[in-house]
Design a protein around this ligand. Structure first.
Ligand code: PDD
Length: 281
């Protein structure tokens, strides 16, 4: 596999990053995951815009213009022959000489840029989309700036592990009784035909797939309500689903062992996945 590191395309075994890199030592880094369908990037501009915002919120310089970023994405897709899969991009504050809690002077450090591809032949035709996924609920113990897409993913990883141990697929995180989001996706419920999903704030990541799915839903005359919903409300919902660049739309069929509807993917989630795939291709 060819990867990209700081301006160079290299075989993955030759790619190197300093052990002093703040991304490695302090999770002082942001990332994006962009999916590829039929060899084409999905929602590239949304991801590029969110990346710029994450960087600016952390007072990090943006080392690449939108056009440069697009060029590298395309080059990696081409070199690795990706038809269906994703591109991972990470930008760290860089590698200062010593470990220090204080940010290094921006003039004295260069951000580290790393990009690689992942082949995912089952992105569009995913068995989990047909079966639906099961989720557990866990408390949301992350920091309170979840709108910044940082690489601090230990807690979401632990949530995913807890779900696995419980024989489930993912965890929905709950704060003050309200669902924030999934470990790596946005969360939705459907009640009496209305799609309900948490409104945008610092509490959740502003999903690029979320924006697209809500736009498609409104265009299809579906009713959308952006507001927090409780985990109890979710368990009593007609259906539920998640969205992200790596899942698109996955129906949720069970929450904490409570089956939603008849325990099979609901019509709204199924329809939204179809529309998403049609519109993205
Ligand atoms: N995760 N919420 C969280 C906490 C996420 O990590 C993600 C994405 C989303 C959905 O955002 P988007 O639609 O822009 O992918 C919501 C990526 C896919 C990941 O960590 O792999």
């Amino acid at each position: 596999r060819t990867v990209y590191v700081n301006g160079e395309y290299l075989p993955e075994t030759q790619a190197k990053v300093s052990i002093f890199d703040r991304g490695f030592l302090m999770a002082d880094a942001v990332y994006e995951v962009t999916s590829v369908l039929d060899g084409r990037l999905i929602d590239f501009d949304g991801h590029a815009a969110r990346l710029a915002r994450s960087l600016s919120e952390l007072e990090m310089q943006n080392p690449l213009s939108r056009d440069e970023l697009l060029e590298i994405h395309r080059e990696l897709v081409r070199r690795n022959g990706i038809e269906e899969g994703m591109i991972y991009l990470q930008i760290t504050r860089g590698a200062p000489a010593d470990r220090d809690f204080v940010f290094p002077d921006p003039d004295e450090v260069k951000p580290t840029v790393v990009m690689f591809t992942q082949n995912k032949p089952e992105l569009a035709d995913n068995p989990a989309a047909k079966r639906g996924i099961k989720v557990i609920s866990i408390p949301d113990l992350r920091w309170s700036r979840r709108d910044i897409k940082t690489v601090q993913l230990l807690y979401p990883s632990m949530g995913k592990m807890a779900a696995k141990k419980a024989g489930c697929d993912d965890a929905w995180m709950v704060e003050d009784g309200f669902v924030t989001e999934g470990t790596s996706n946005n969360a939705y419920i459907v009640k009496d035909g209305r799609i309900i999903t948490r409104d945008l704030s610092h509490d959740i990541l502003h999903g690029i797939t979320r924006a697209a799915v809500l736009r498609f839903a409104r265009e299809a005359q579906m009713e959308v309500e952006e507001r927090p919903f409780t985990i109890d409300e979710a368990k009593a919902a007609d259906e539920a689903f998640i969205t992200s660049a790596s899942t698109f739309v996955f129906p949720v069929v069970e929450i904490d062992g409570v089956r939603l509807g008849d325990g099979t993917p609901g019509p709204v989630a199924t329809r939204l996945r179809e529309i998403y795939l049609e519109e993205s291709r």
